[in-house]
Design a protein around this ligand. Structure first.
Ligand SMILES: [Zn+2]
Length: 126
């Protein structure tokens, strides 16, 4: 089992686990930055798009533990999953409608109580 050695590797494993179970059909990648600050407010994570590619940005400052990191990846993954291909390329993700939390709850439940955290350790770390 290719055990993650740190939160950076763990983030990638959780992302690959999400993709295997809830495929998007588009490339999703993770990028880490020291902090995410927008209009004076600090965020733990963000999702953006570059053409058809989806990029999840994670704050090193606000994702210190594996648990925080996994939670952020799952949260941003739901945004990625629910972002329509033909939709706007920016500012589509300010909202968290009920459908967002339904999908988040489904993935989180699988991750926490149905072996997802262990399954994620089977995925590539890079
Ligand atoms: Zn969100």
């Amino acid at each position: 089992m290719p055990r993650a050695r740190n939160r950076w590797e763990r983030a990638t494993q959780v992302l690959r686990w999400c993709e295997a179970n809830w495929p998007i059909g588009r490339s999703v990648s993770i990028r880490w930055v020291p902090r995410i600050v927008e209009d004076g407010e600090e965020f733990d994570a963000d999702t953006g798009r570059d053409g058809r590619r989806i990029i999840i940005t994670l704050s090193e400052r606000l994702n210190r533990s594996w648990r925080e990191t996994a939670d952020s990846v799952i949260h941003e993954y739901v945004h990625s999953l629910q972002w329509p291909v033909a939709g706007p390329t920016e500012d589509a993700l300010d909202d968290h409608p009920v459908e967002f939390w339904a999908k988040y709850g489904e993935i989180k439940n699988q991750f926490m109580y149905h072996g997802g955290h262990a399954d994620a350790a089977e995925f590539d770390r890079e």
